[in-house]
Design a binder for this molecule. Structure first.
Ligand SMILES: CC(C)(COP(=O)(O)OP(=O)(O)OC[C@H]1O[C@@H](n2cnc3c(N)ncnc32)[C@H](O)[C@@H]1O)[C@@H](O)C(=O)NCCC(=O)NCCS
Ligand SMILES: Nc1ncnc2c1ncn2[C@@H]1O[C@H](COP(=O)(O)OP(=O)(O)OP(=O)(O)O)[C@@H](O)[C@H]1O
Length: 201
């Protein structure tokens, strides 16, 4: 069984994934895979460099993520272009990673992705788990963690599915407006349920 874990920026997906990992459940992180497909030498990086020029490539040959972030969240058509270049490659690699984890005998595996619904990755999973927090908390946690100003944090939120729509598509929901202990308790309940579903107790 593959469980898709989603939620907007700074909703707590990585924190949830770590809590599942302590219970022996592995995960594939779509943000990590998105980094792999633009490593030096990858065709997607060459396409991005051809479109935006040297300002998006650092001296060490890696993508200048901050510069590209500023471009794509200021201009929706540039975000759509970047997605058209990266998403098919991300999807392919996610499938490869998921197959490897499943072949290693995990009770079930997680696909953790901010764009599970938006990018059609939900077709790859058996259930969708939504991490739910109010937007005000997303903005506060983004500001506390990232070098993103409030205007850009709002632009990133605007590029993602609205909270109500995401909740409407959820099979399971974790409310992450409480403490990390509350979060871990909700993860433990879901883990028991998922193990029952897969018959791996
Ligand atoms: C624009 C980029 C270079 C910014 O890199 P940066 O290191 O600053 O951010 P990072 O990749 O860690 O993403 C942080 C968060 O931004 C949000 N985000 C990223 N890409 C998108 C997008 N296309 N649409 C909406 N939100 C997005 C997500 O909540 C994500 O968790 C990078 O996010 C990117 O390449 N995005 C396109 C690929 C993609 O869609 N990735 C999302 C997972 S499939
Ligand atoms: N219940 C909580 N209480 C307090 N802080 C929390 C809680 N859950 C997560 N955080 C903090 O909020 C921030 C965002 O959490 P996390 O990185 O898990 O979210 P994410 O959804 O994976 O984010 P992104 O997709 O943007 O990378 C982190 O700094 C994390 O430590």
């Amino acid at each position: 069984m593959i469980v898709g874990v989603t939620g907007g920026i700074a909703s707590g997906k990585s924190t949830v994934a770590r809590a599942f990992a302590t219970l022996g459940v592995p995960w594939v992180d779509a943000d990590d895979v998105a980094r792999e497909v633009v490593e030096p030498g990858e065709p997607a990086l060459a396409e991005i460099a051809a479109r935006h020029g040297s300002k998006v490539i650092q001296e060490d040959g890696y993508l200048n993520r901050r510069t590209l972030r500023e471009i794509v969240f200021a201009e929706p058509s540039e975000r759509l272009w970047l997605e058209s270049v990266t998403h098919p490659r991300i999807r392919q690699r996610i499938l490869t990673h998921l197959e490897r984890l499943q072949s290693e005998g995990a009770p079930y595996v997680l696909l953790v992705s901010p764009l599970l619904f938006e990018s059609g990755q939900s077709e790859m999973v058996d259930r969708c788990l939504v991490i739910d927090v109010p937007e005000s908390l997303q903005l506060a946690r983004t500001a506390a963690r990232d070098d993103v100003d409030e205007k850009q944090a709002r632009a990133i939120l605007a590029a993602q599915m609205p909270r109500s729509e995401r909740l409407a598509r959820a099979d399971d929901v974790i409310d992450n407006s409480g403490s990390e202990e509350d979060l871990a308790a909700q993860v433990a309940v879901l883990d028991r349920r998922y193990r029952e579903m897969t018959g791996s107790r």
